[in-house]
Ligand binder design. Structure first.
Ligand code: UDX
Length: 428
């Protein structure tokens, strides 16, 4: 099929690369000329494992451009993957989506199936379709499917090629649309959930909110563990072995971050409240997350009496491993808090860079340089490279010997054997 993907961000690029690998001819359109020039030159603006290689392998079928009209003209399917960032009141900014759809519609001369991958509040797809129908775009010219994605940064390609489920939100039962979806996703085998627009929109939000709730839940329990002398990793394993609970997303730490969970929780809470529903759980999930860092800093103060007159090395800047993304990163927030408190901070990350407002913090390209002379080392993002450090060498290079594992990702015995004092989150 000929496919036009609008938006060359995380979701758009991954979708374009995967669809081209399935054999489709894909144009990925972005209005950012600089980004397009970079992509045309074979450089990828984000770090995502395997993405560069997949784009390279499929370059005969995948092109990047800022020419929306040409992209739309040739396409049978249009995939909209533009951002829907939060506005200050927590609602979603839908202006990029509206613009992309208006621009796309203006170029439609023959039937197109439009898939909306952008995360949008319930009611958005219906409003968009109604407005296009009112402007004369009948079912002969377009149909819209709400087709949320569930990909995680760091494992985006695998998540898209081997998803747990495919979700299709339709305006009404439509065999023709389902056939086109089957053709588009031939090669991807997953259970399908077919529902209406609002169902699909809410599946996306509810999935992210539920996962974030698991994280805030385990973080809150880790605070209880800390007070009562239990080990949260034992508790998480013990509850996670119950099939009804499951082991995923029960790793206590310094909270969730990234481009999705914080924004989607805010947006879903806003949606609930704007129709008179108290968002009790959604708000609790967010407030536990927002306070997790402060609780952690308190712990740091109690462990290190000289605080803030200490040299700290923070290992990890990205919001999670295998990405250079620092949006809402708890690691970056930790560095900011330490810097504000007056600590001397050096940082290391395999891929991510410090945000501009932290220009006072030294970022080292070698983790061993970052820990040299440090009183305290804090592991803030659980990169494999960081987990695999030679801890005896770290101990030798440090001035002090306290290692805080803010992601509970190390084996305490290994760290203690290296002569360091190990402190996890709610861990013995
Ligand atoms: C998330 C969803 O997982 C994905 O399905 C959706 O499409 C987009 O949002 P992503 O933001 O890429 O994906 O990262 P994810 O792996 O979910 O991690 C989110 C945050 O939670 C990270 O900061 C991570 O460190 C943290 N986390 C995750 C924990 O603190 N503990 C856990 O047990 C799991």
């Amino acid at each position: 099929m000929n496919v036009c993907v609008i938006g060359a961000g995380y979701v758009g690029l991954t979708t374009a690369a995967v669809l081209s690998s399935l054999g489709h001819r894909v144009s990925c359109i972005d209005q950012d000329k600089k980004k397009v020039a970079m992509l045309q030159g074979g450089r990828i603006p984000i770090y995502e494992p395997g993405l560069q290689e997949l784009i390279e392998e499929n370059k005969n079928r995948l092109r990047f451009s800022d020419d929306l009209a040409a992209g739309i003209n040739q396409a049978e399917v249009i995939v909209v993957a533009v951002g829907t960032p939060s506005l200050p009141d927590g609602s979603s900014n839908l202006s990029f989506l509206s613009k992309a759809l208006a621009d796309a519609a203006a170029n439609i001369a023959a039937y197109k199936l439009i898939l909306i991958k952008s995360t949008v509040p319930p009611g958005t797809n219906r409003a968009v379709l109604n407005s296009l129908r009112e402007k004369g775009y009948g079912p002969d010219l377009l149909d819209i499917v709400s087709n949320p994605e569930f990909l995680r940064e760091g494992s985006a390609l695998k998540d898209m090629l081997l998803p747990d489920r495919m979700v299709y939100g339709l305006f009404e039962e439509n065999e023709g649309v389902l056939q086109l979806l089957k053709q588009l996703y031939a090669g991807i085998d997953a259970p399908e959930v077919i529902t209406n627009y609002e169902g699909a929109e809410l599946i996306k939000y509810a999935s992210n909110a539920f996962l974030a709730a698991k994280i805030s839940f385990i973080n809150e329990i880790s605070r209880v563990c800390e007070k009562y002398g239990a080990d949260i990793t034992h508790v998480a394993r013990g509850i996670g072995l119950d099939n009804r609970i499951g082991p995923a997303f029960l790793q206590a730490g310094i909270g969730y971050g990234g481009s999705c969970f914080p924004k989607d929780l805010q947006s879903l809470s806003y949606t609930a409240k704007s129709s008179g529903i108290e968002a009790l759980i959604l708000d609790a999930v967010q407030s536990v997350n927002a306070s997790q860092l402060a609780v952690y800093i308190e712990k740091l103060k109690s462990l290190v009496p000289a605080f803030p007159a200490v040299k700290t090395a923070v290992l990890g800047i990205a919001f999670k491993p295998e990405t250079d993304d620092i949006r809402e990163s708890p690691a970056a927030a930790l560095i900011h808090a330490l810097n504000e408190a007056g600590c001397e901070v050096s940082a290391f990350d395999p891929k991510a860079s410090l945000p501009e407002h932290l220009s006072g913090v030294k970022q080292m390209s070698d983790p061993y340089d970052a820990v040299t002379g440090a009183d305290v080392v804090i592991l803030a993002t659980d990169w494999q490279q960081i987990k695999n450090l030679d801890w005896q060498r770290v101990k030798q290079l440090m001035k002090g010997k306290t290692l805080l594992d803010a992601r509970n990702c190390l084996v305490p015995e290994v760290i203690r054997t290296a002569g360091l004092i190990y402190e996890g989150v709610g861990r013995l």
